[in-house]
Design a protein around this ligand. Structure first.
Ligand code: FAD
Length: 387
């Protein structure tokens, strides 16, 4: 399909990726017709606030920064809310939505990731909260009102952040995770231990190296049966076992997908005129479901859409884990990097540096009082996608 400049630029998704891209585009091009299509209500919000909004006493409405109408006016855009994309036809340059078809000049997929659902026995799967957007957060806030005991499935970033937020909110919190340590995908062992110790001291109870086998509804909430037969009774359950980039509709349209929707450094998918960014995208082999990468992608793509084809550049991308019981910042080394972790410090304040055989710093994790070294260490770590 040849790219038709008179047809609108259509962005699917009004999360941080979709709205940041629209905002960056409007700084460069105020005229090209712009349509945003979203399955949700189009309110803008900062998703990282979902896992530390409870202790701050924030209701869903308070986390919303602007509604869809306000955004549409500010962006000089049409925003189609509660409208789900059902199919893409890249040949025709057309998408099919629940509300009919729409022709696009350029199409941007910014439709995020689905929470992973683990297959468990029992009738309680639907009773587990999965908090991946503002609507989920609103339901979760309603569910948690009056609850006392919360069980969280998952000891990764989101599970640990919710555990810290809820323990600060005065709940009894138990975390179940199959791995021997928390944040196993992000941290070296010593740093994981520091975070676990911090959360335990705050009152979180961990059941590590145990999987949930079944979840049942009970008169009080849910019961989770572990693989060793123990049963955890709780008023409320949260599943935080990972996210899976949304690829199904892209793959069905013949667009190349791997772990995410595959794009090159220009955010171009395998279909001409179709781009992807954010949690749904695999950028030059990297799936980085965090805010910093999507901001960099949005700035580069906005320039491309405005006429100056621009590659995205990822510097080092440190992630701050919002666990005040033991603050953490981490910049994981590349998955295939050769080298070793060197850990310094004591107690909860650790500086773990991943160095190559030549001594080059390829990644780091800093905890406790060392977490403030994030910026200075980030400057030493090589860029993920150099310019
Ligand atoms: C609880 C939590 C805490 C986090 N904390 C941090 C943090 O501290 N730091 C950090 O860097 N990152 C954090 N992240 C990750 C970060 O928030 C995400 O990387 C980012 O918000 C993803 O934005 P997105 O726009 O790509 O996707 P999303 O925000 O998921 O937006 C997807 C959009 O697509 C729409 N959509 C989906 N399917 C369709 C369809 N078929 N048709 C139409 N529209 C559709 C949705 O309605 C939505 O508007 C956190 C994530 C979570 C869940």
């Amino acid at each position: 399909m040849s790219q038709n400049q008179t047809l609108p630029i259509v962005i699917i998704g009004t999360g941080l990726s979709g709205y940041t891209l629209a905002r960056e585009l409007r700084k460069l091009d105020t005229e090209t017709p712009l349509v945003l299509v979203t399955a949700d209500d189009g309110r803008s919000y900062s998703k990282p606030m979902l896992s530390n909004g409870f202790a701050k006493g924030k209701a869903a409405d308070e986390l919303a920064q602007a509604d869809a109408d306000t955004q549409a006016e500010a962006l000089n855009a049409r925003i189609m809310t509660h409208t789900r994309i059902e199919a893409i036809d890249p040949e025709a340059g057309r998408i099919t939505t629940g509300a009919g078809t729409l022709d696009y000049g350029r199409l941007i997929l910014a439709w995020g990731a689905n929470p992973v659902r683990i297959p468990l026995e029992g009738d309680g799967m639907d009773a587990l909260y999965q908090v991946n957007d503002l609507t989920d957060y609103g339901h979760f806030r309603e569910g948690v009102a009056g609850a006392r005991r919360v069980v969280i499935l998952g000891g990764g970033l989101i599970g640990c952040e919710f555990a810290n937020d809820l323990i600060n909110g005065g709940f009894e919190v138990e975390v179940v995770a199959p791995d021997p340590r928390v944040l196993p995908a992000l941290l070296p062992e010593a740093a994981s231990e520091a975070v676990r110790a911090g959360l335990e001291e705050a009152g979180v109870r961990f059941h590590l190296q145990h999987s949930a086998r079944a979840v049942h509804r009970t008169s009080e909430g849910v019961s989770v049966t572990l693989d060793d037969g123990r049963v955890i009774e709780a008023d409320l359950g949260v599943a935080a076992v990972g996210l899976q980039p949304r690829t199904e509709l892209a793959a069905a349209a013949g667009i190349e997908c791997g772990r995410g929707i595959r794009v090159n450094q220009y955010l171009e998918t395998s279909a001409p005129g179709v781009y992807a960014l954010g949690d749904c995208a695999e950028v030059c082999g990297h799936v980085l479901p965090y805010v910093m990468p999507l901001m960099a992608a949005a700035r580069a793509l906005a320039k491309t859409l405005a006429g100056e084809r621009t590659p995205v550049h990822y510097g080092s991308m440190p992630v701050t884990v919002k666990t005040p019981a033991c603050p953490v910042a981490v910049c994981p080394p590349p998955a295939d990097a050769a080298g070793e972790w060197h850990v310094e410090g004591e107690g909860r304040s650790l500086r773990a540096l991943f160095r190559s055989e030549n001594g080059d710093l390829l990644g780091f994790a800093v905890t406790g009082d060392c977490a403030g070294e994030k910026q200075s260490l980030s400057r030493e770590v090589p860029a993920i996608l150099p310019a």
